[in-house]
Design a protein around this ligand. Structure first.
Ligand SMILES: *Cc1c(COP(=O)(O)O)cnc(C)c1O
Length: 379
């Protein structure tokens, strides 16, 4: 089955009771048993719920995995992965990781005795310098937020395999429409399904997909034991969102490309970060592991003026100034004063988050209207 069919049918079957075409919302906590243990595969909804189970099959199908798991948020999904580890274990991760992931690692798991190495991975062979006998997990995000760096998943997977380390990839920005980490050698793929998978800015959710049965068993155990699951209503909304993932992504990419080029030719813009430009440091890797370049763009203005950047995001009308990304509507963000405000200026500037950096999540509106909006706002 091709990807554009999988978004609609992958892992799905019609309702057995009445033939409902849309998967029913099983809003129930428990299931009748005829005799102790005599049930139809469902006992209690923390452990299993039919609506969530349908969604988990869809996740697995999209990422070419065998087992999918749905969680109450992206961070809950990463939290479940971290629970595979124990005190003394070490993790190698990217130095421009999603802020919430960085906070989870450093403010919670460091206290439990897990050691983290945050390194630049634009040259993925650097990862090997940080491997030792305690290394249990390599955690990669590509493209990264907000600098749109690209990390070579195949190379990271080669290092992970060689040393029997798990490789996890946060595939939130690319989505399985553009990039399928399990086919490139990753062991775990993770999503903030809140973003492109849901696609309508109305559900917070996380996903994990794996191929290995033993790893899946451990993660299902953690999912049930820790209990950070999502509810059946949200599972239904996510299944509905996923059905249009491919058409949305196609438009996100088309609009993204047009806007990246528009900004790149704008006299007031200093630099545009978008992996589709040949000048992007890892353009060749992006081209080889992604089928297109996505709808996320960051840029800085000439003169790098903080106040000017604030004005631009305030003056945008169609682009809503807001956290998050990946919805049908276009959003803007100013990392230095929003997502990265808590990081000292010198620290954030080291990774490129300068005062005038603006991040855009390009929606699926008419691209002419979006460009018109940028034109009136940037001036
Ligand atoms: C939003 C996001 C997360 C966290 O997901 P939540 O659903 O907000 O918990 C993790 N990684 C990336 C890349 C994200 O954009």
């Amino acid at each position: 089955m091709k990807f554009n069919t999988k978004t609609i049918h992958g892992g799905q079957e019609h309702d057995k009771a009445y033939g409902a075409v849309m998967h029913p919302i099983y809003q129930t906590t428990t299931y009748a048993q005829t005799t102790p243990g005599g049930h139809k595969g469902f006992e209690y909804s923390r452990t299993h719920n039919p609506t969530r189970a349908a969604l988990e099959k869809s996740f697995a199908s999209l990422e070419q995995g065998k087992f999918g798991l749905a969680f109450g948020s992206g961070l809950a999904a990463i939290d479940a992965v971290m629970k595979l580890l124990k005190s003394g274990d070490e993790v190698i991760s990217t130095n421009d990781l999603y802020g919430g992931t960085y906070r989870l690692f450093t403010k919670i798991y460091e206290d439990f005795g897990v050691k983290f190495h945050f390194i630049g991975m634009e040259n993925a062979d650097r990862i090997e310098d940080f491997v030792n006998e305690n290394t249990k997990l390599i955690w990669v995000e590509t493209p990264t937020n907000p600098m749109l760096n690209i990390i070579d998943i195949k190379m990271a997977a080669g290092i992970a395999k060689k040393h029997s380390i798990l490789l996890g990839v946060d595939n939130t920005f690319a989505t399985p429409y553009l990039q399928q980490p399990l086919t490139l050698g990753a062991d775990i793929v993770m999503h903030s399904a809140t973003k492109y998978l849901g696609g309508h800015s109305d559900v917070i959710m996380g996903a994990l997909v794996v191929k290995d049965e033993e790893l899946a068993e451990r993660l299902y155990f953690i999912q049930n034991a820790s209990g950070a699951i999502c509810g059946p209503q949200d599972s239904f909304l996510m299944l509905r969102g996923i059905k249009t993932l491919h058409v949305r992504m196609q438009r996100h990419c088309e609009n993204g490309k047009a806007i990246a080029h528009y900004l790149n030719n704008h006299p007031k813009i200093e630099k545009v970060y978008w992996p589709g430009f040949e000048s992007h440091a890892n353009h060749e890797i992006a081209k080889s592991q992604m089928s297109d370049f996505g709808g996320m763009i960051s840029f800085v203005t000439k003169g790098n003026d903080y106040q000017q950047a604030i004005k631009i995001v305030e003056n945008l009308k169609l682009f809503t100034l807001a956290e998050s990304l990946g919805g049908v509507e276009s959003l803007s963000g100013h990392p230095a004063s929003m997502t990265h405000a808590s990081i000292p200026k010198e620290e954030r500037e080291k990774t490129g988050v300068v005062d005038s950096l603006i991040r855009l999540s390009i929606g699926i509106e008419d691209v002419d209207d979006l460009i018109e909006d940028l034109k009136q706002s940037i001036g």
